[in-house]
Design a protein around this ligand. Structure first.
Ligand SMILES: Cc1ncc(COP(=O)(O)O)c(C=O)c1O
Length: 402
């Protein structure tokens, strides 16, 4: 049955009281009530009905025993099947490890690939979790520039950045915060480079279901067997299905041997870590029964993106790439003659709208002069947030003396 995005993702569908109670991580529950949160990348909508139904059915059974360390068989099967059907990459359920978030999966892979003193090449800017994972493993990052104006990767820099200590290459596709979907040609260069230097690839595809032209997405390990043999792919359920609070994701290991290393480094068999069975039940329902919902969500997001992009770029001095994937915009505010941190503070104080600064601590030094705006909310909330931002940023203060 077709789902109408206008009804499902309408203004009335926003559960504002619950968001104010439950949405943390820079969002509604952490902000004064008159502030509109366009901050952390997390949908404002309640999750799809089949997920809620699966959770309540499971809870009604009343048994919450230990699950398998690798993950529930139905969860691993659903992940392998979605990866094959939606991403064009065939893997065996046995290669899939359930993890308690994409973030945790990234850390496990970094710890598998890196020893203290090693180096990893990651994009700049990119989500802070890449750097945090590498540093948690005691290694250091080398930054591969991504031009936020065009989304272009400086692939020439790879040769300059690689050293005898390099062990890992981080790839974020689609790219947060620039919103680009990497081309097959770019992925081929990255993959071949990793193979030729014996690097592991930390391939984060958590955003791969939020792509506005699905035919443009290519899953890196689908490119060749040699690339697949070096690639650990990360997926999560926070962005598409709104399950951030359930902390659930999965890692696809290249083969049985690397799966063993991964589950060992994750300490999953000791039960010191592991994904909650309830979270896996929710995620299995998402991948089994909620694709029509997810596709309708992307239709809603496409409209949101187009409106927000047009509104932002109409503000004098603001430029922004149109995202091909993700639900974040990453406009340059450099021409407004204030730092991104100052602009974020002014937007909060005067506009009562919260966004994330393009600060090194969130995205790396390459994010400077930018702000990140999330648009996974309703049309009305986004319009109000952008009206407020435009009113503040369009004022002459921004181009005159402080
Ligand atoms: C690129 C990227 N990877 C990983 C994550 C973390 O997702 P999770 O909530 O599953 O830990 C995020 C969340 O913002 C992200 O944008």
């Amino acid at each position: 049955m077709a789902i109408d995005p206008l009804a499902l993702f309408s203004d009335a569908a926003i559960p504002m009281e619950l968001l104010r109670e439950r949405a943390y991580n820079l969002r509604w529950a952490t902000l004064p009530p008159d502030v509109i949160a366009l901050t952390a990348a997390d949908p404002d909508f309640a999750v799809a009905t089949p997920i809620r139904q699966a959770l309540s059915d499971y809870v009604a059974g009343g048994v919450f025993s230990y699950g398998p360390a690798e993950g529930l068989p139905e969860f691993r099967r659903a992940c392998a099947s979605a990866t094959r059907i939606r991403k064009g990459f065939s893997c065996d359920p046995e290669q899939i490890l359930a993890v308690d978030s994409a973030a945790a999966g990234m850390m496990h892979v970094a710890r598998l690939a890196l020893q203290p003193g090693d180096e990893a090449i990651i994009f700049d800017p990119v989500d802070f979790l890449f750097k945090a994972s590498v540093e948690a493993a005691g290694a250091t990052v080398k930054l591969l520039p991504v031009d936020p104006d065009t989304g272009a990767l400086d692939l020439q820099a790879l040769q300059r950045l690689v050293t005898p200590r390099t062990r890992l290459l981080g790839v974020c596709n689609p790219h947060n915060p620039v919103g680009r979907v990497l081309t097959r040609a770019e992925l081929q260069v990255l993959g071949d480079f990793a193979v030729s230097h014996n690097l592991w690839i930390l391939n984060d595809e958590i955003w791969s279901d939020i792509v506005y032209d699905r035919s443009t997405f290519v899953s890196l390990p689908s490119l060749s067997l040699a690339i697949a043999a070096r690639t650990f792919t990360i997926h999560g359920f926070s962005k598409t299905f709104g399950l951030a609070g359930l902390r659930i994701g999965f890692v696809i290991a290249p083969d049985a041997e690397q799966f063993e290393r991964l589950i060992t480094v994750a300490h999953a068999r000791t039960t010191m870590t592991g994904a909650s069975t309830l979270s896996q039940i929710a995620a299995t329902a998402a991948y089994t029964d909620c694709w029509p919902w997810a596709d309708a969500f992307v239709d809603h997001l496409r409209n949101q993106r187009d409106m927000a992009h047009a509104r932002l770029t109409a503000i004098p001095g603001v430029t922004c790439l149109l995202p091909q994937g993700t639900y974040v915009l990453f406009p340059s505010v450099r021409a407004l003659e204030r730092s991104a941190e100052e602009i974020v503070q002014i937007l909060l104080d005067q506009g009562r709208v919260a966004v994330v600064p393009g600060a090194a601590r969130w995205f790396g030094p390459g994010a400077e002069g930018r702000i990140r705006i999330v648009f996974s909310t309703s049309r009305q909330l986004l319009t109000t947030g952008l009206d407020r931002a435009a009113a503040v940023l369009g004022r002459p203060w921004s181009r005159s003396a402080s």
